[in-house]
Structures are given as C-alpha cells and as structure tokens.
Design a protein around this ligand. Structure first.
Ligand SMILES: Cc1cc2nc3c(=O)[nH]c(=O)nc-3n(C[C@H](O)[C@H](O)[C@H](O)COP(=O)(O)OP(=O)(O)OC[C@H]3O[C@@H](n4cnc5c(N)ncnc54)[C@H](O)[C@@H]3O)c2cc1C
Length: 491
C-alpha cells in the first residue's frame, strides 16, 4: 500500500456517500488526486450494505411522511417534489455511467418494483384520496392510481389482501415507476470504477483517527492501519467525513467551530425476513403504510420485495432497536463519548421535547418475536412464525442540534456541515439517505470545490451527467429524462 505526498481530497468512509463524491469529483476533474479510507475490510459494509437498509429508491411515490396534512386538512406535496427530484438526479448519474459503459448491468443493483401506499380506516383512506388528488395535478406524480376497491387491491398486493372482506375499510395508491435498489452492490460498482478507470485508491482496514489543521493550508489526516497498528499521517487540501454513523465522533475532533452543538442519537433497525419461497413469490411490490401517531417517520411499516444476494426476497419492518453504538461495527462507548460540553444542552432539550420518540423506542426494544409477528399480521394476516426470521439492519444516528427555543432538536434528515472555506465537509444523519446521495454530494462539491462547478467546462460536464442540476423542472423535461433513465437502467 503506497501513499502520495498530498491529496486534493481524502474521503473518510467506504459507503455510498464517499463513492458518489469521489466519482463526481473525478468526472469533473480527472486530475483530482483522491484517496478513500475505510476502517473495515471492505466497502459498503455498514448502512449502505444490501440488508442494512430497506433498499427503497425514495422518490416520495409511496412514503406518506413526505406529504403531511396540516390542521386545515390540506396536504403539502413540497417535500415529495424535492425528494422525487433528488432521486431522479441519482438515476441520471447511474444512467450516465451506463451510457459511458462504466456500468454494464444496472439490474444488478436497481430493479423495477411498483410503489404502493396502503392504509386502513376511514380517516386514513380519506387522507390517501386527498394525497392522490394533489399528486394527480403535478407532472411528477400524475401517473398515480388510487382505489378503495378490495378486488383492485387483491391484484396489486394479493398477499396482504388474503382473508380480507368488503367490511375492511381501506384504500391504496400505486405508482408504477417505483424501484428497489441494492445500494451495497451499487456502492461496490462505483468504487470499482474509481479504482479501475480513475486510478483512485480505495484502502480498507484504515481507520481515520483525527484530522488536524496543518501549518500551511492543508489538513493532516491521522490514519491507523488496523492490520498492523501502524499510524500514517497524510496531507489533504480537502477532507470529506463520510463515515456514516461514525461521522459525528470524527467531526467532534476536528477544530472547526461549525461542529459546535451537534450531537447524535443512535437507533438501530431490524427486519423480519421471509424464508419461505412460496410466500416470497406471492408479493411483487413495496407497500408502505402510515406510521403510528407520534412515532418517527422512519417507523413507517412496509412490506417489500427485495433483490439481494442474487435472489428475490421479502422483508417487513422496520423495528427499532437500541444500541449505544454509532456504527454496526462500532463501540458500546460511542454515545457516551459523543456527549461533550457544547452539546449537552441540545441533547437534553432534544430528549425532553421528544418523549413520544423515547416511548416508541422503549416499546420497540421490549418487543418479542411474538409481538413483531403481530405487527406483521396487520399486513399478512395468516403469517406463520416459522416463515419469518429477525435480521439486524444498519445503525442510524439521528442528528441533534441547537434550537433557539427548545434548547435542542432532533432532526430526521441529513445535513452537510462544512468549515467556512469548505476544506472540511461532513455528512450527518441518515434519511432519505442513499437514494439522494448524488444530490447531497453535489451540495458537498458546491461547498468544497465551487470553482469546479462554476467553470464553463464544469457546468458543461455536469449538464451532461445530471440534466436536472440547477434546472427549473418542466413537465416536458421531466418526462424526457424519465424516459431516458428508464431505458438506460432497463427499468
Ligand atoms: C434501517 C435503515 C433503513 C434504511 N433504508 C433506506 C432506504 O430504504 N433507502 C435509502 O435511500 N436509504 C435508506 N437508509 C439510509 C442509507 O442506508 C444511508 O443513508 C446510507 O447508506 C449512508 O451512506 P454513508 O456512505 O453515509 O454511510 P455508510 O454506508 O455507513 O458508510 C460509512 C463508512 O464509513 C466507515 N467509517 C466509519 N468511521 C470510520 C473511520 N474513522 N475511518 C474510516 N472509515 C470509517 C464505516 O465503516 C462505513 O463503511 C436506511 C438506513 C437504515 C439504517
């Protein structure tokens, strides 16, 4: 393993975020010297791994939390529009790589799986119909279908409709162009393009321990080779902390004032995974329902067809677990170590103002296999205990930050933290995460390498890769690009 004297960019972490950032950077400037450092023995082994996330191409087609209803019962679709555009940006990036022959089999990581929302009870059904009406009027979602008809739902998701009668009050909507994504396979592909086509080393078993300011304008990245405990000190003009759940602890060591007040709260995910092929083959859909009142958005229950390990799979969840670790392969001391003088008050404030979340977590942690099966039976009435096994998913670290009024608040999305000059950038948070990685990493590039994106050449290349970048979307452009990515990605 050999190191260069100095890098333009060091990315900490071998997940989907670093992969997107490094590859976009290389496409914009092939001369950029980039190094990726990953602490585990391979890339995509934490949240980006296939089983560690739900693999939903989050594009707001089925997730009801992106369409909140206000006190006057009107529905806002602004967030849905934003998420949908961000996911299309990811699809455009993948399509570009396919069209440039850098990826040859897109269906190894992305597959067409229709996205459905399904609710029970009159109020929820009325809400879903109103969302359908709002969606129908917007060109991004106007292919949506809605039904209260049991027979139609039997066609859409027969497994869920078993043992239901006309007496059950329920409604569903569906958008055809939904996707199932194996972000683990995608991340591996992006890193192998970087290594094989862009001469960018991806070094594993390398744990970054600190990032210190240098005497000149660079940063010194202190990294431990975990195979022999040798410490290396590397120079970089820019550092991106894309360490997933591990980002907060590293950010706290970096001497930039922008990190002050940030804390994190870990929530682990769990799935029930079906082991009976007969059942697996009866479901061909992603079906999202509604989170319970007061429950966090990430708790929305869903029954999903997945494609992992070259096989069709069926998964239900998520269930939340509690572990003080910030990474699946982290330390039990992570949460404790993250509590510092500057974030105690935001952490206490966030805790105090999120008691329903605490209650939800306590209830989830106390769940037995029997309780989880009961939750599943709200979807699949005749689910048998022996057909389903528990699988531990990835670890999410939700952002806690200062709040003028409440002292601290919990944030469910992602946030890019950056030093004033953009030489250090860091991604905190998880959701919607992998689906929107390309858009988020463009934000990192804007902060770290504005000159690249502002140059005539940069703008030209970016328009080719991502036609939606900084573009006001029209119905014509949206439809044209949707068609292009459908063809390139074989969806
Ligand atoms: C239960 C669950 C369900 C989810 N479902 C979805 C979904 O359906 N759709 C979606 O789009 N997103 C989903 N997400 C979110 C998505 O998985 C994440 O946003 C995304 O994978 C994060 O990528 P990352 O590169 O930031 O982090 P990761 O993939 O976690 O990668 C970070 C890497 O950094 C390494 N690292 C950590 N510390 C160091 C260090 N000090 N030095 C070197 N390396 C280090 C880690 O080992 C790891 O490999 C889900 C997440 C969870 C947990």
């Amino acid at each position: 393993m050999s190191f260069d004297k100095e890098y333009d960019l060091i990315c900490v972490g071998g997940g989907i975020m670093s992969a997107n950032l490094a590859l976009l950077g290389k496409l914009l400037n092939p001369k950029m010297k980039i190094l990726i450092l990953e602490r585990l023995d391979g890339v995509a082994k934490e949240s980006s791994a296939g089983w560690n996330n739900a693999g939903t191409g989050h594009s707001a087609l089925c997730e009801l939390n992106y369409c909140p209803e206000n006190e006057y019962k009107s529905i806002s679709i602004d967030k849905a529009i934003q998420i949908c555009k961000q996911f299309e940006i990811s699809k455009q990036f993948w399509s570009y790589l396919v069209n440039e022959n850098l990826i040859d089999k897109p269906n190894e990581f992305v597959s067409p799986v229709k996205h459905h929302s399904w609710v029970t009870g009159k109020d929820n059904s009325d809400y879903l119909e109103k969302r359908f009406e709002a969606f129908k009027k917007h060109f991004m979602f106007d292919s949506i279908e809605f039904t209260r008809d049991i027979e139609k739902m039997k066609e859409w998701f027969p497994l869920i409709m078993r043992e239901r009668t006309e007496e059950d009050v329920m409604a569903a909507s569906r958008i055809d162009r939904g996707t199932e994504v194996n972000y683990g396979v995608l991340t591996e592909k992006l890193f192998s393009i970087l290594e094989n086509e862009f001469d960018t080393p991806v070094y594993c078993n390398m744990e970054v321990q600190d990032v210190d300011p240098d005497t000149d304008l660079d940063w010194t990245v202190k990294v431990k080779d975990t195979l022999n405990n040798k410490i290396h000190e590397l120079e970089a003009k820019h550092v991106f902390v894309g360490a997933g759940g591990g980002s907060l602890l590293l950010l706290q060591k970096i001497e930039i004032e922008e990190k002050d007040g940030y804390g994190g709260f870990p929530v682990s995910g769990e799935w029930l995974v079906c082991n009976n092929n007969e059942i697996i083959n009866q479901h061909n859909a992603k079906v999202y329902s509604k989170a319970g009142i007061g429950d966090p958005p990430m708790s929305t229950p869903h029954l999903d067809t997945r494609f992992i390990d070259g096989k069709k799979q069926l998964m239900f969840g998520p269930f939340a677990g509690f572990s003080p670790k910030f990474l699946k392969e982290g330390s039990n001391l992570d949460l404790l170590k993250s509590i510092q003088l500057d974030n105690i008050s935001p952490m206490l404030g966030a805790f105090w103002h999120n008691l329903p979340l605490t209650k939800y977590l306590v209830e989830q942690v106390m769940m037995s296999h029997k309780d989880r099966m009961e939750a599943l039976r709200k979807f699949v009435k005749d689910a048998k205990d022996e057909d389903w096994e528990l699988k531990v998913a990835g670890q999410r670290v939700q952002i806690i930050k200062k709040d003028e009024y409440k002292g601290g608040k919990l944030q469910f999305g992602t946030e890019v933290i950056s030093s004033k000059d953009g030489s250090v950038t860091c991604l905190l948070g998880a959701s919607p995460g992998a689906s929107t990685a390309t858009a988020i990493m463009l934000e990192v590039l804007e902060k770290a390498f504005p000159e690249l994106l502002d140059s005539k050449e940069g703008k030209k290349i970016l328009k080719e890769i991502i036609p939606f970048y900084k573009t006001e979307l029209t119905s014509e452009l949206f439809r044209k690009e949707l068609k292009n990515s459908k063809k390139a990605l074989k969806l």
